[in-house]
Design a protein around this ligand. Structure first.
Ligand SMILES: NC(=O)c1ccc[n+]([C@@H]2O[C@H](COP(=O)([O-])OP(=O)(O)OC[C@H]3O[C@@H](n4cnc5c(N)ncnc54)[C@H](O)[C@@H]3O)[C@@H](O)[C@H]2O)c1
Length: 286
């Protein structure tokens, strides 16, 4: 259902790759809610992804950028203001990538060049985005900036690797820059900590299928989908959340407050029983 929550607002959405991407869903919802916006992703993503399809659907201009390049980001903000006819009201940072994860380098055997890239792409790009926009004075008063995070920033989850460190830095940047933006520009900066979600980036995480089943069992409301994440992002871009800033906002069906659930315990008990039967069987064979 659309409520015209973003009527008259302009924005920039970074990170839509294909129709599974969280940023893609946010763009669709922002369009439904009456916003005008530009879309940005890397030249490679533009070649291999489906961004033109989304752009056509949302009447949006696509501006290529590697989010680690200050020059590219400057171009995105300048061009967006030109195309949209003024400063923007919202920005979505929906960007993440780890070469260590991709190349299956585990956390106690990291390649440090890859780690630098992980941090630059997945976290420092957020600082660069905020700094570029600040210097260009590109965001309107009471504007809203949102980046996507994950609970592994604060709790250890097997397999999330160096992305956990990147997300911790991302959340810290939201607080540090959020203070400056709030104090000087009345602009809010937050992160949404989203449930595991089946997207290209998400599926790259080691043991993703088991993880998503586990978090589904652990979350009283179940995992949050990409569409639901988009709904939440829209509220944060709207005027209904003007005093929410410098927060990491969990959007995870309650997972982050759980220790153990009935459903996860039942599954655990079942597997303990099975493994006991197997080991008893093996003892009998000995
Ligand atoms: N999928 C999940 O389980 C999950 C959970 C919590 C948080 N998140 C976060 O949500 C965000 C969006 O990821 P997604 O799940 O929609 O996956 P996705 O793969 O669809 O999106 C990741 C995007 O990052 C872009 N990107 C990579 N390197 C870039 C660069 N140098 N410059 C600009 N863009 C670059 C990719 O092109 C892609 O569009 C990420 O920050 C991710 O960590 C995802």
């Amino acid at each position: 259902m659309a409520y015209q929550l973003l009527k008259g607002k302009r924005g920039i959405i970074f990170g839509a790759l294909d129709n599974k991407s969280i940023a893609w869903k946010v763009a669709e919802r922002a369009f439904e809610e009456g916003a005008v916006f530009t879309l940005s992703n890397t030249p490679t993503a533009l070649r291999f992804g489906e961004l033109d399809e989304l752009a056509a659907k949302c009447n949006a201009t696509v501006i290529p950028a590697d989010a680690t390049s200050v020059e590219d980001l400057t171009n995105v903000f300048e061009k967006s203001m030109e195309v949209l006819g003024g400063k923007v009201d919202f920005v979505l940072h929906s960007i993440g990538m780890s070469l260590n994860v991709r190349k299956k380098r585990v956390y106690n055997d990291l390649n440090y060049e890859y780690l630098n890239k992980t941090l630059d792409i997945s976290a420092i790009s957020f600082h660069k985005m905020l700094q570029v926009a600040f210097k260009l004075d590109a965001i309107n008063e009471w504007g809203s900036v949102v980046a996507l995070s994950y609970v592994a920033a604060q709790r250890t989850l097997y397999g999330y690797n160096d992305m956990a460190d990147a997300k911790a830095l991302l959340e810290s940047i939201a607080r540090s820059f959020g203070y400056i933006y709030g104090r000087e520009r009345r602009i809010r900066v937050n992160t949404i900590s989203q449930s595991p979600t089946k997207t290209t980036a998400g599926s790259g995480v080691k043991g993703f299928d088991a993880l998503i089943d586990f978090t589904e069992r652990m979350s009283p409301l179940g995992n949050a989908t990409a569409d639901e994440c988009a709904d939440y992002a829209i509220t944060l871009f709207s005027d209904l959340t003007k005093k929410v800033t410098m927060q990491n906002l969990f959007h995870d069906g309650g997972f982050s407050s759980m220790g153990m659930s009935l459903s996860a315990m039942s599954m655990y008990n079942k597997s303990v029983k099975i493994s006991n039967i197997i080991s008893e069987g093996l003892e009998e064979l000995d």
